[in-house]
Design a protein around this ligand. Structure first.
Ligand SMILES: Cc1cc2nc3c(=O)[nH]c(=O)nc-3n(C[C@H](O)[C@H](O)[C@H](O)COP(=O)(O)OP(=O)(O)OC[C@H]3O[C@@H](n4cnc5c(N)ncnc54)[C@H](O)[C@@H]3O)c2cc1C
Length: 594
């Protein structure tokens, strides 16, 4: 580790690695990536049935345009025009760069990247490398960084962004092994710390992802749309999304009470209609308030069982109730799909073996045998659409502090499936370009003293468990205003008295204590945004509030929720820019710049 750097990037996910790689290419080589764990984070450790990357259409004759893709992103509601336009305009460049780095996106024999339709996508812009797209992206970007000799400062949790006179001066980080604190001066920081995964108990983020949104809250910058999340059905022992074929093969949903009594609760509530809704869950994975009378009813029924004290499982070894007399009872869409897949047969696991054998192997690799074991499930948080407020260069309100990837708040109520991965690449590239194009911002040497943490019997795990469980109880996809207000008051007290409340056994636990602090500060900000949105905007998108049905006339939301510290207020979104598109003008402009 050197004495100081031009720019430090925090995080070794798709966003952080791309930021470092691009900065180096742009001539900024005095850089390092700081990470609490090189192999940690969402990008490297997650996936789904078919993990999607959203890009501009690059095949066939149906046509597409930057403006059309930008309009799709903007239509999510609560989205800033400049982000929608940049994420569309840079899409091809970022995608092709991944291709050049060896990420194995499939093409036909003439080089066309055929696409498919994903959720909230009017075209067929989605592509995928299979279940592990983001892992392949991470590995390819990491190889490129290592080839360039970019330094990775590993096993350091960043605990503070240091700044003076409105500009970044450095970071403070703590060794995750010894607890030793280091202050590293730098002129720019790119925060690529991923989603705030640690705030919920029920989550499908990988175990190794915690997030560090609290760093931005603590630095005094604002956050956008923190109330906008995606939640859906996932297995909890090994965290994995149960979308696509995991549902289309029609597993049996069972609830088990404390005495071990088993019930098919979906059939009890919905009768034979439950079969069609289970099938639909395959491609209507996230909970959506517009589908509470359709497939999202399943999420509500699963959560009700769990909140009632039961455990819920998917059983792939027996057919669900309703299929006793064969498949003729299924809606035409489900019947035709299974029929065309040659899967009108046997048990759910036999159908899964026929349609997607890899889905069974994946669980087997994590010690779960779908031929014998039931899969425990919950409705889990998967992605935060909101995050740190950034401008068109992905710079925050603090000069020299940039934020890209899931930590940044560039999405609103809805986003097309796969656009999160596109955003990791676009935001980090924009930040790198802006840093490379500007002069020196700050020279003030930073100082920092780590707050003292009490020694005793560690209470970190107990506090974490309590607050994560409460978040999942009152502030997930089925929110309760009174519960959120009460939790907001309690989490605010925790934030205010943190260093008197928390105890660690030894110095090696220091980083864990700061992770807990980050969780508390982030929960407070998220609850503030949720309460603000419940009051001003009503129910929409991914969450019910006090069981109210969907509110809104279908037009995209023109406000976002802005949070600073523990206070939130609605703010208007910017319109889509109408920039210069006359080539001669752009050429002349370029000549004057060089
Ligand atoms: C189950 C699941 C399925 C998904 N499927 C899709 C999909 O199909 N399509 C799509 O577009 N998106 C999908 N997503 C979302 C997408 O994977 C993530 O948004 C994206 O990978 C985030 O990348 P990132 O680089 O921003 O963060 P991450 O990959 O999470 O990296 C964060 C990094 O920051 C480090 N870090 C965090 N805090 C600190 C700190 N304080 N100090 C030092 N280091 C720190 C972490 O260790 C990690 O290295 C899915 C997510 C999940 C959970």
């Amino acid at each position: 580790m050197k004495q100081q750097y031009h720019t430090l990037i925090i995080g070794t996910g798709c966003a952080g690695l791309n930021a470092a790689d691009k900065l180096f290419d742009l001539g900024i080589t005095d850089i390092a990536i700081v990470t609490e764990g090189r192999y940690m984070g969402t990008s490297r450790n997650t996936g789904s049935d078919k993990q999607t990357y959203y890009k501009l259409s690059l095949c066939g004759s149906e046509g597409d345009s930057v403006r059309e893709m930008a309009d799709t992103l903007y239509a999510g509601g609560g989205v800033m025009g400049e982000h929608a336009l940049c994420e569309a305009a840079y899409s091809t460049r970022c995608f092709m760069r991944l291709v050049e780095l060896g990420v194995p996106f499939p093409t036909n024999e003439y080089g066309e990247y055929a696409g498919y339709k994903t959720d909230h996508d009017p075209r067929t812009r989605a592509t995928s490398c299979g279940p592990l797209t983001s892992k392949y992206m991470t590995e390819a970007l990491e190889r490129s960084c290592l080839r360039k000799g970019i330094e990775i400062i590993d096993s350091r949790r960043v605990v503070k962004i240091l700044h003076s006179d409105g500009a970044v001066t450095g970071i403070a980080c703590v060794s995750t092994v010894t607890g030793e604190c280091s202050v590293i001066p730098c002129r720019n920081v790119i925060l690529c710390t991923g989603g705030p995964a640690g705030i919920y108990k029920n989550t499908v983020y990988p175990e190794s992802q915690h997030g560090a949104t609290g760093l931005a809250v603590d630095a005094g910058v604002s956050l956008s749309n923190l109330e906008e999340w995606q939640y859906g059905l996932a297995s909890v022992k090994f965290r994995w999304n149960l979308s696509g074929t995991y549902q289309q093969v029609l597993p049996r949903y069972i609830s088990v009470d404390g005495a071990g009594k088993e019930r098919e609760f979906l059939y009890e509530a919905l009768g034979e209609a439950s079969l069609g809704l289970i099938f639909l869950k395959g491609y209507q994975w996230p909970f959506d308030t517009r589908k509470v009378e359709g497939s999202s009813k399943i999420d509500l029924l699963v959560a009700a069982e769990i909140k009632g004290g039961n455990r819920v499982y998917l059983d792939y070894t027996h057919n669900p109730r309703g299929l006793e007399n064969g498949f003729a009872v299924l809606p035409a869409e489900a019947y035709d799909y299974l029929n065309r897949s040659g899967a009108l047969l046997g048990t759910p696991v036999e159908r899964l073996a026929k349609m997607n054998a890899g889905a069974i192997e994946l669980y087997a690799n994590h010690g779960i045998d779908l031929y014998a074991d039931c899969l425990e499930i919950a409705v889990c948080a998967q992605h935060c659409n909101g995050g740190v407020t950034v401008d068109e260069n992905w710079q925050t309100e603090l000069k020299g502090l940039y934020c890209a990837g899931e930590a940044a708040g560039t999405f609103g109520v809805y986003r097309p499936g796969g656009s999160a991965l596109n955003s990791t690449q676009v935001g980090s590239l924009r930040a790198a370009e802006h840093i490379a194009g500007k002069g020196i911002t700050s020279e003030a040497p930073p100082t920092y003293t780590l707050p003292a943490i009490k020694r005793g019997t560690s209470n970190i795990a107990a506090i974490r468990e309590k607050f994560q469980s409460e978040m999942s109880r009152v502030a997930d996809f089925d929110r309760d205003t009174a519960g959120m207000k009460d939790l907001f008051a309690r989490v605010s007290t925790l934030c205010d008295t943190f260093f008197e409340t928390v105890e660690i056994t030894d110095e090696g636990e220091t980083a864990e204590a700061f992770k807990l602090y980050d969780m508390a500060v982030t929960q407070r900000a998220v609850l503030s945004a949720m309460l603000c949105s419940a009051e001003h905007l009503g129910t929409h998108g991914s969450a019910l509030v006090d069981k109210r049905p969907h509110r809104g006339d279908g037009t995209p939301r023109t406000t976002r929720t802005l949070t600073r510290g523990a206070a939130s207020a609605p703010a208007p979104v910017s319109p889509m820019p109408n920039p210069e598109l006359w080539f001669e003008t752009l050429l002349a402009r370029r000549r004057t710049q060089t």
